[in-house]
Design a protein around this ligand. Structure first.
Ligand code: 8YV
Length: 319
């Protein structure tokens, strides 16, 4: 029997590409550029499945033009805001994602950004690196301590819970807001806030771990930023559009937000040049899940989903 044909849109880990080539007829472009709408539409006539990343957009318009040959979109991401799920399902296309396996890596990056933002990592690194470190004082680069501080987590899915576990090791007091309250076991002492407003009011540090949906886009607008305690540190490793970036710039200027750690931006790639002059904003280029172990695990999970589908089973991570 001939192997199903799949399109892998980006450069996945070597182990993933190797396994994929063993079991599938693989189309893969080593140029590693995001598939455009035209690419996706054109390719759908030649493949049975696609493994895309969050950089390929399956809008309703694109989905309407897909060839019926395409049967499954096995995302190499936990977030699926780049996919119009209703449109895909309406066309009978199965959609899967890669939950859980990237929770620790993303939570580690969130810890890095939280620590880096709180302790002036950008200014410190720049000072030493540039050779301009010619002064020291007890008042120099004084940061904000995590120990004993209140950490607010928005969204207690896999990444939010992994982040809470790591933050506990820093002796932070964990608070959270989630669509529903966790079990006492999953809560592990974290304090539940039924409303976002109640969480914001107590969060010396706030970290976003919710998906981007019509309800959460623009979540951290001027009004909500103002509800955080003065000097709060904001961390985002989820999606850029959860934050109104212009409002964040204003809040940084006003000193209301003390620092920020951002891995995600409204415009990607590229980021927002408005943050470039702020030493109290530590930034990374959307690499939360980019560790060797996690890239392998994400690739394997996407393949597990494809394998199940082509065996005629329901994929474990079908949405
Ligand atoms: C990836 C992500 O950057 O999983 C997500 O939702 O944003 C990331 O892990 C990406 O899509 C990797 O393929």
């Amino acid at each position: 029997m001939s192997k199903p044909v799949i399109w892998i849109t980006r450069t996945l880990s070597n182990a993933t590409l190797e396994r994929a080539r063993r079991d599938y007829e693989v189309i893969w472009d080593a140029a590693d550029t995001p598939g455009s709408a035209e690419d996706i539409i054109k390719m759908s006539a030649s493949v049975d499945g696609i493994i895309p990343c969050h950089s390929e957009h399956f809008s309703a318009d694109v989905v309407a033009q897909l060839d019926p040959r395409l049967k499954i979109v096995a995302n190499h991401s936990v977030g699926v805001d780049h996919c119009d799920l209703d449109a895909l399902r309406g066309k009978g296309i199965v959609v899967t994602n890669t939950p859980d396996v990237l929770s620790d890596a993303t939570a580690e990056l969130a810890m890095m950004l939280m620590l880096g933002a709180a302790r002036n990592a950008v200014a410190g690194d720049r000072t030493v690196r540039s050779g301009t470190w010619d002064f020291w004082s007890p008042a120099f680069l004084v940061g904000k301590q995590l120990t004993g501080a209140r950490l607010g987590i928005v969204g207690m899915g896999g990444v939010g819970r992994a982040f809470a576990r790591k933050a506990r090791g820093f002796d932070m007091e964990i608070h959270y807001h989630n669509r529903s309250r966790l079990s006492p076991e999953d809560e592990a002492g974290a304090i539940y806030h039924e409303t976002l407003e109640s969480l914001l009011a107590v969060s010396d540090f706030l970290s976003l771990h919710c998906p981007a949906t019509p309800e959460t886009v623009g979540l951290m607008n001027a009004d909500r930023l103002a509800q955080l305690p003065k000097g709060a540190v904001l961390v985002n490793t989820a999606r850029g559009n959860l934050i109104d970036e212009a409002a964040l710039v204003d809040a940084l200027d006003a000193g209301h937000i003390g620092a920020a750690g951002l891995d995600c931006f409204v415009t990607e790639p590229g980021g927002n040049p408005a943050f470039a002059s702020y030493d109290n904003v530590m930034m990374m280029p959307h690499v939360g899940s980019a560790t060797v172990q996690t890239r392998d695990a994400m690739g394997f999970k996407a393949l597990d989903n494809l394998d199940a589908f082509f065996r005629g089973e329901s994929p474990p991570n079908a949405l």
